[in-house]
Design a binder for this molecule. Sequence first.
Ligand code: FES
Length: 75
Amino acid sequence: MKNDNTSPVTVTACPDGPLLVRGDFSLAEAPGRTPERPDRKVVALCRCGKTGIAPLCDGSHKLTGFRAPSPPITP
Ligand code: FES
């Protein structure tokens, strides 16, 4: 998605790891919460469910041997 004067938002699935979100985006920690703009242009969202800092990745996927159900789609 691209808005005027903003960077497009992209989401990249890391193999057996987090989702990297890049661009001008806001992040709400739960439905109904006010979305906030992170102070950085890239965040890693956990998709293994083992992080201690949800919704962000803390690297726990490596310790738990998380395997994504399918490989990322490459363009
Ligand atoms: S994907 Fe990294 S801790 Fe879950």
